[in-house]
Design a protein around this ligand. Structure first.
Ligand code: HEM
Length: 250
């Protein structure tokens, strides 16, 4: 014997009943912040290693060019010429797209949530945090200029006598010196490296929050390590255009 079908009676919502909360936006802000923290950490490691590589300029063309050539022939013959370089370029490009994309969504959400209210009374210590979207934008422009200048050798950004790398040799030292001998370009590099330092100081601290690093002491050490890395990257890199302008590297 089957039981009689039951009909549930659902009362219609009253007009003045409280509304159900709005659906959480997708992807969640936490997922976006973790994406920014992971990709930002990849960038921080890249600029640190790149700065150490740049310091090889002090050892002259006979060491700098083989280093640039080695980057292109890494894992040959397993990989073709520039194979490893293209893998690194692809990883960096994907990180860049994810980092910039997530930052745009987060900034828009933060502006919407804040409405017409503005934060006030932010001392100079909060300057790197306040400037984050602007320093990020300048870095984006810098990356494009930098690649046209020293990788593709595209006029009018690159020096006139730019020499492209060949499967036999790289001319990275010559291109570096030719480019940074132009004082407006050297000045541009110096200013951007100061902004990179500011971006890194705050970025590394924020990454610690987003990775869930808690505990007063651990956070203090993390902040200190972030400031040391940011300072080292900025000072190490700034020293290169200064060395070219003053003839120490020529
Ligand atoms: C004063 C600071 C800097 C100097 C002197 C410098 C120098 C160089 C040089 C000489 C190259 C060409 C290397 C080669 O031909 O093998 C290069 C490539 C590159 N640099 Fe920098 N760099 C600086 C800062 C930066 C910063 C801050 C970033 C990232 C935000 C960056 C990202 C890159 C990238 C993505 C490439 C292209 C690598 C490739 O695809 O071949 N550089 N840099």
């Amino acid at each position: 014997m089957g039981s009689a079908p039951q009909i549930a009676v659902v009362p219609a919502p009253r007009a003045d009943a409280p509304r159900s909360p709005a659906r959480a936006p997708r992807p969640s802000s936490i997922a976006l912040k973790v994406t920014m923290a992971v990709t930002g950490t990849v960038f921080a490691l890249f600029v640190l290693v790149h700065m150490i590589g740049n310091l090889k300029a002090y050892t002259g063309a006979e060491h700098f060019d083989p280093y640039a050539h080695w980057l292109r022939t890494l894992f040959e013959p397993l990989l073709p010429y520039e194979g490893m370089l293209w893998i690194l370029r692809t990883v960096l490009l994907l990180c860049l797209l994810a980092h910039v994309g997530a930052s745009i969504v987060l900034v828009v959400r933060a502006r919407r949530a804040r409405g017409r209210f503005r934060r006030t009374g932010m001392g100079w210590r909060r300057l790197p945090a306040t400037l984050m979207p602007y320093t990020g934008l300048v870095l984006l422009v810098f990356i494009v200029v930098h690649i046209l200048d020293l990788t593709t050798g595209t006029a009018p950004v690159a020096p006139e006598n730019f020499e492209p790398a060949t499967p036999e040799t790289a001319h990275a030292y010559h291109n570096l010196v030719e480019s940074l001998s132009r004082w407006p370009m050297a000045l541009f590099y110096i200013v951007v490296m100061v902004l990179l330092g500011l971006h890194l100081v705050h970025g590394l601290l924020t990454a610690a929050n987003d990775f869930g690093v808690t505990g007063h002491r651990v956070r203090r050490y993390w902040a200190l390590a972030g400031a040391v890395i940011a300072g080292a990257v900025a000072v190490g890199n700034i020293s290169i255009p200064v060395a070219v302008l003053t003839g120490v590297v020529s």
